[in-house]
Design a protein around this ligand. Structure first.
Ligand code: LLP
Length: 433
């Protein structure tokens, strides 16, 4: 579902009721801009799809941990899926109740396990037998119980990019069936471990339902195996990974931009489609709660990266559009070959021409798009890189001593900076000459 919060009106790109150009002028570029309405609509669509069953949506903070966004979702009742003590602090600070927080990751330190237990989170998703052991000794040291879920590696192929495949045997994530059973066995009588659930996360950017159906089957097999040991698990957590279609999401309303719509390569994995496979699978499991950990699909389409064109150039039969955003701002094209749509904030009339959109960083991997058909552009024109709300700012860096971009949240006709643009002083703050 899309709120169409990011769309053209009379030839200008708007984020809700604010012209993108106004934000670019006021805050400068590059700047990430998020629509609160779009995030809320996406969250609510999820809630509605699963309303028939007791469930909890744990927002995967890694997609976009900005405090304003965490707060927005916390106010809606979202839980949090975290992977570090930093994200734990962000989630708690945003007002997510501890008993709605789950903690994944293969390398949790003692500090992190301790902080999670002290905070009283819903569960630590343990990813190895050794971690389960470490968690138990930490609980003993703190005089607490340790609620946990085993992160299962269901050996399911999400059919996604190799860098974001996590549910196959041979990836570093989760544990196989047999080891999962052994960990639950540990949690019987006399242990400080409380088995509360089972979790998996099969990958990211998955647009088909089949892998989820297969993963749920495996989770339920674990629920049964645990029951056989006398452990009643409270929930099955199917993880996140619900995909969005990047190269189809051109906002409506501009002839030029509509001509740029790339080949339709599939559909977003809408919450409703996911519910259609997950809810029937749980039909005969009264009392088993469903957890989901969506990240990208809640915030990705709600964000754009605003940038300005610096120069045009040609070389070796290629045309380049040089912009002021680079791979340090948005690494997804370089790292995953991701195809984010790029549209002028105010399209000029004229024929589309193909160009590589590149940034100022000194690497050939520094591109935002390759061979992209764009309307005529002049230096100074503002462009919006779409679908950039997830894993955009959160994966950005200061490479080439470039300060990280500003972040802006739009709500209706108002907008505010929710993270200042970094300065040179921010870049050198921790260095000693
Ligand atoms: N739960 C766990 C345990 C995860 O590891 C992840 C993502 C999620 C939930 C949320 O997945 P999502 O719904 O956002 O797909 N940087 C990559 C994505 C890496 C995802 C890592 N784990 C990208 O930009 O495509």
């Amino acid at each position: 579902m899309s709120a169409r919060a990011i769309a053209y009106r009379r030839g200008r790109l708007f984020i809700e009721d604010v012209p993108a150009e106004r934000i670019a002028e006021a805050v400068g570029t590059p700047t990430y801009v998020y629509s609160a309405l779009e995030i809320l609509c996406r969250y609510r669509a999820f809630e509605e799809a699963f309303i028939a069953r007791e469930h909890l949506l744990c927002y995967a903070l890694k997609a976009n941990p900005n405090r304003a966004i965490c707060r927005l979702l916390a106010r809606e009742g979202a839980g949090a899926d975290i992977v570090s003590v930093g994200e734990l602090k962000r989630a708690l600070g945003a007002g997510v109740p501890p008993d709605r927080i789950v903690f994944s990751g293969v390398g949790k330190t003692d500090e992190e396990l301790g902080a999670a237990l002290r905070a009283g989170i819903l569960a630590v998703n343990v990813e190895s037998s050794e971690e389960a052991q470490r968690l138990e000794s930490m609980a003993r040291r703190l005089g607490r119980r340790a609620p946990f879920a085993v992160r299962l590696n269901p050996d399911v192929d999400g059919g996604t990019h190799a860098h974001v495949t996590t549910g196959r045997a041979g990836t570093k994530f989760g544990v196989p069936m047999a080891e999962a059973a052994a960990i639950y066995r540990r949690a019987r009588g006399g242990s400080r471990l409380d088995a509360v659930g089972v979790q998996c996360h099969i990958g990211s950017q998955i647009t088909k339902t089949g892998p989820y159906r297969a993963a749920m089957k495996t989770l339920l097999a674990i629920v049964d195996a645990a029951a056989g040991m006398g452990l009643r698990l409270q929930y099955a957590d199917i993880g996140g990974g619900m995909g969005i279609v990047y190269d189809r999401a051109i906002p409506r309303g501009s002839a030029a931009s509509e001509a740029m719509v790339a080949a339709d390569k599939g559909r977003d994995l809408a919450p409703r489609r996911l519910a259609e496979v997950l809810l029937p699978a749980l039909k005969f499991r009264p009392g088993l709660k469903l957890l989901l950990e969506p990240g990208r699909c809640l915030v990705g389409p709600a964000g754009v990266l605003l940038t300005r064109m610096l120069y045009r150039k040609e070389g070796g039969k290629k045309r380049f559009v040089v912009v002021d955003a680079a791979m340090n701002d948005l690494i997804r094209p370089a790292l995953y070959g991701a195809r984010h749509p790029i549209v002028p904030v105010r399209p000029r009339k004229g024929a589309l021409r193909a160009a590589d959109v590149v940034g100022p960083v000194c690497e050939s991997a520094d591109f935002l798009a390759k061979g992209r058909r764009l309307p005529p552009l002049e230096p100074g024109d503002a462009l919006a890189v779409l679908q950039a709300g997830a894993y955009g700012f959160s994966m950005s860096s200061q490479y080439n001593s470039r300060p990280r971009a500003a972040e802006v949240l739009v709500e209706g006709s108002s907008f505010r900076v929710v993270r200042n643009r970094e300065t040179f002083a921010d870049i050198v703050r921790h260095e000693k000459a």
